[in-house]
Every structure is written in C-alpha cells, then in structure tokens.
Design a protein around this ligand. Structure first.
Ligand code: CO8
Length: 219
C-alpha cells in the first residue's frame, strides 16, 4: 500500500480509539455518503498542494509547467462535477476534515452532545504573516467545531447567526493546537456555544457562537 493509501485508510478509521457507534448524530455518516480511500487520498494530495503552492517561489519554467498541469487536472475533474446532493467534499463527516480543504483538518479526540475536544495543525496555506495563522481562518475552525456540536445529539438543524472571535495571542502555523467547544445553553430556537483554541498553555483565541434552529422549509 502506498503512503497515500495508508493515509486514506487512517482517515477512514476516524479518531483513534473511538468507535463510530459511540458518535452522537452529527458526528456520524449520513446515509448514502460513503468515503472511499481513493477520494480521501486525492483530498490529502490537494491539501499538500495548497501548502506547497503557498510556500513555493519557483523559476519561470516550473511555473509554466505547473500551471499547465493544474489546468489539465481542473479540466479532467470538471467532467465529473456532481450536483450538491451527490457531492462528497465536506459531507464525509466520519473522517477528520470531512473531505474538504477549506478549513484545517480537525481531529476529534473526545466528544459528547455538550462538549468536543480535538487537535489541529494549520499548514503553510493558512499563513497570515510572521508565522501566525490568518485571522480569517480561525473563525472557520470555530464554526466547524461549534456548528457540528450545535447540531449533534438528535437536535434539529441550526445555522450560525453570529460568531464572535477574540484573538488573544498569535496562533502559530505548523504546530499542533488544542481546541475545545462547549454547548452552553438553549433558549427556544437559540443555541449558545463557546470554544477555545490553545497552543499548550497559551490561549490563542476564543469564540462565542449563536446557532438558531431552522424553521421548516428554511434553507
Ligand atoms: C443545515 C445545517 C448546516 C449546519 C452548519 C452550521 C454552520 C454554518 O456555518 S451555517 C452558514 C452560516 N450561517 C448562515 O448562513 C445563516 C444566515 N442567516 C440565517 O439564515 C437566519 O438569519 C437565521 C436562521 C440565523 C435566523 O433567522 P430566523 O430563523 O428568521 O430567526 P429570527 O426569528 O429572526 O430570530 C430567532 C432568534 O434569534 C435571534 N437572532 C437571530 N440572529 C441573531 C444575531 N445575528 N444576533 C443575535 N440574535 C440573533 C433573534 O433575535 C431571535 O431571538 P428571540 O427569539 O429571543 O426574539
């Protein structure tokens, strides 16, 4: 098995030591959406590409060649574009990162209906400047953990109404960070949640989110 295939198998297994049957509702697979090792390997390769493109300052001949290859790949995949209901990216909720490359891969270590704890490493792709993660990438991560926590445990779907983020100290790229989210309280359709992102003992950022339960027919 290649390294990529091993990585994909690893992703399919999900968080270490936690069986899928123990997952609350929104942490589990939706019916009909099956991740395949090949698809996950492609997503992993794209994540690596994003980091490499961000860091690279190639000579002109490599640039021309790379652009040609990327354009060919785009064209090849465009032929297989599926409607949203059949899309895999972002919907593979049993694997860290959900098969998407927009936000960094969130690895969940512990979860319940009211609490989730995990770890994450922002790659070079997420660099803002001076070794710090871009300020816009951090809310992505908070929305990821809180959105899933808001909708877990048999709760009806809700959407983010607000997400307040406090940047307490720089969030470094390339190192493992710890993230924790909590379901604080519910008032009618309103769900209030909080989260913190830490590097060791340093609090990098914290957030408060309001998620409002959708009414029937609300998109
Ligand atoms: C399908 C599940 C996907 C889960 C993914 C979750 C993560 C996401 O990122 S979702 C994408 C980002 N979010 C969005 O696109 C949401 C866009 N906004 C909306 O759709 C709507 O404004 C929505 C659903 C949040 C609320 O609208 P609506 O259902 O009409 O609520 P409304 O009746 O006005 O308000 C309900 C309560 O929430 C409060 N509220 C609503 N928005 C806010 C806000 N921004 N700030 C404070 N309070 C608010 C209201 O004051 C009201 O409170 P009360 O009941 O005490 O009077």
């Amino acid at each position: 098995m290649s390294t990529d295939e091993n990585a994909a198998e690893e992703l399919l297994r999900g968080p270490e030591g936690l069986g899928r049957r123990d997952m609350p509702t929104s942490w589990t697979r939706r019916p009909g959406i099956e991740p395949t090792p090949d698809f996950l390997a492609m997503i992993d390769a794209l994540r690596a590409l994003q980091d490499d493109v961000t860091a690279a300052v190639p000579p002109p001949d490599v640039l021309v060649d790379t652009t040609k290859t990327l354009s060919e790949l785009s064209e090849r995949l465009r032929a297989y574009a599926a409607p949203e209901r059949d899309q895999l990216t972002g919907r593979l909720i049993t694997v860290p990162g959900r098969g998407q490359t927009m936000s960094p891969v969130l690895h969940l270590d512990e979860w319940s209906e009211h609490h989730a704890r995990g770890h994450v490493t922002f790659g070079r792709f997420y660099l803002g400047g001076n070794g710090a993660v871009h300020g816009g990438a951090i809310p992505l991560l908070f929305d990821e953990i809180l959105g899933r926590l808001a909708n877990t445990g048999g709760r009806r779907p809700s959407r983010t109404a607000f997400l307040h983020v406090n940047y307490r100290s720089i969030t470094p790229i390339g190192v493992e960070l710890q993230i924790e989210g909590r379901f604080e309280r519910e008032e009618g359709r309103k769900r209030f949640l909080t989260a913190e992102l830490r590097h060791g003992d340093t609090l990098c950022a914290d957030a408060e989110g309001l998620f409002v339960q959708l009414k029937p027919g609300q998109p």
